[in-house]
Ligand binder design. Structure first.
Ligand SMILES: [Zn+2]
Length: 175
C-alpha cells in the first residue's frame, strides 16, 4: 500500500499531503521495464517540493553484482531466481553508466534538484522543509506511468490498452 506523506514548508507555513503513489517504471527500447526509484526533492525551477528520480550508485551495483555472482557459485538461492537478479542488476548498471542526464524533477524535467530526506528538517533556498510519512493510504497504486531511460515521460503504451478502450478506438475509426 502506498504511504501518504505530509510536506511542511516554512516560512509559508504550507502543509500538504502527498498521495501520489510511486507507480513509475522505465521503459527501454528492447521492451525491458524497470521500476523507477523516486524521492521527494526540492526543485529549484519549480521552487517547490516535487518527486524526483533517484539513480543508484554504480559502486553499490558493483557490490551487488559481486555478491550475486559469489552466491551463484555457492548456490545458496534457487539458481534461476539468482541468475535473473544478476542479469537485471548488470543491465541496470549498464543503463546508469550510459545515461547522459542527471536525475530529473518528475514535474518539470529540471536536473537542479536536491533529495529531501524524510523526518529531517532541511534548509533549502530560504525554506525550511520537513517531510513526514504519516498514514498508510489504502487506495490502490493507480495506473503505471513510464519514463524513458533518460527520465522523460513517455506516452502510455497503446499495446497495454484494455479491450474496452481498444473497442472504442475501433468504433471511432469506423464512424
Ligand atoms: Zn521541477
Amino acid at each position: 500500500m502506498p504511504a501518504a506523506n505530509d510536506i511542511h514548508i516554512r516560512p509559508s507555513g504550507k502543509t500538504r499531503r502527498d498521495f501520489d503513489p510511486p507507480n513509475i517504471y522505465y521503459r527501454f527500447e528492447d521492451g525491458l521495464v524497470m521500476r523507477a526509484i523516486t524521492a521527494f526533492v526540492w526543485c529549484s525551477d519549480c521552487q517547490d517540493v516535487t518527486k524526483g528520480e533517484v539513480l543508484e550508485v554504480l559502486e553499490e551495483l558493483d557490490a551487488l553484482i559481486d555478491r550475486y555472482s559469489r552466491m551463484l557459485q555457492q548456490s545458496r538461492l534457487p539458481e534461476l531466481r539468482l541468475r535473473d537478479l544478476l542479469s537485471q542488476t548488470i543491465q541496470k548498471r549498464r543503463w546508469i553508466q550510459d545515461r547522459v542526464s542527471a536525475p530529473k524533477c518528475l514535474q518539470c524535467g529540471s536536473t537542479v534538484i536536491q533529495v529531501i530526506p524524510l523526518f529531517k528538517e532541511v534548509e533549502v533556498e530560504g525554506n525550511a522543509i520537513l517531510i513526514c510519512s504519516s498514514v498508510i493510504w489504502s487506495g490502490d497504486w493507480g495506473e503505471r506511468r513510464y519514463l524513458s531511460p533518460e527520465g522523460d515521460w513517455l506516452k502510455p503504451d497503446p499495446s497495454e490498452d484494455d479491450n474496452e478502450s481498444q473497442a472504442k478506438k475501433w468504433w471511432q475509426f469506423w464512424r
